[in-house]
Design a protein around this ligand. Structure first.
Ligand code: HEC
Length: 153
């Protein structure tokens, strides 16, 4: 009797885990919105956000944040092969004390403040020149990459 109850509990636990896992997958592509391939890894964010425009008509960050033919805006080069070293653990050039990306702390990361257009930022909300800005879903995925440790993955 006891064993049967246990078995039933295990079954229920694994079924709900499965439902949760597939629910998450569906949700990720749903929320990625104008950049359907976006996942919470550095390489995906660099490719789909930094270096590309998307279905919303948003400007690619690398239009300004590049060292190709110019000095990168705010001394921040977001070309995929350069961006990681320019973001993670690196101080803002504009706001004293702010760090661009703090592994495990999306809320404290200045990159997130600039993309959200929070009241504490120096300069404009990004992408500069009044958007289109990132959607809530795109922001969730970037935040998840940072909260999971901002790995070079
Ligand atoms: C049209 C040009 C342009 C585009 C496009 C643009 N930026 Fe910027 N960015 C700037 C300029 C100029 C500054 C400095 C002035 C300011 O903050 O308004 C800046 C500042 C920043 C800063 C602050 C850097 C620091 O050290 O304080 C971050 C972070 C940033 N941009 C991220 C992005 C991201 C991510 C995107 C794409 C989603 C983006 N920018 C798109 C021009 C641009």
């Amino acid at each position: 009797m006891r064993r049967r109850v246990l078995r039933a509990a295990t079954l229920i636990a694994s079924v709900s885990l499965l439902a949760f896992a597939s629910g998450c997958d569906e949700k990720l592509s749903d929320i990625a919105g104008p950049s359907p391939g976006l996942t919470p890894t550095y390489s995906s964010i660099a490719q789909n956000i930094f270096a590309s425009t998307d279905g919303s008509g948003r400007t690619a960050c690398t239009q300004c944040h590049t060292n190709q033919g110019r000095v990168p805006a705010a001394n921040l080069n977001l070309l995929p092969e350069a961006g990681y070293a320019q973001l993670v653990g690196v101080a803002s050039v504009q706001k004293p004390g702010a760090i661009r990306v703090i592994p495990g702390d999306a809320d404290g990361s200045y990159l997130v403040h600039k993309l959200d257009g929070r009241a504490d930022i120096v300069g404009q909300r990004m992408p500069r020149n009044a958007g289109p800005f990132l959607t809530e879903g795109q922001m969730l995925i970037i935040r998840r990459w940072i909260d999971q440790g901002a790995q070079n993955n």
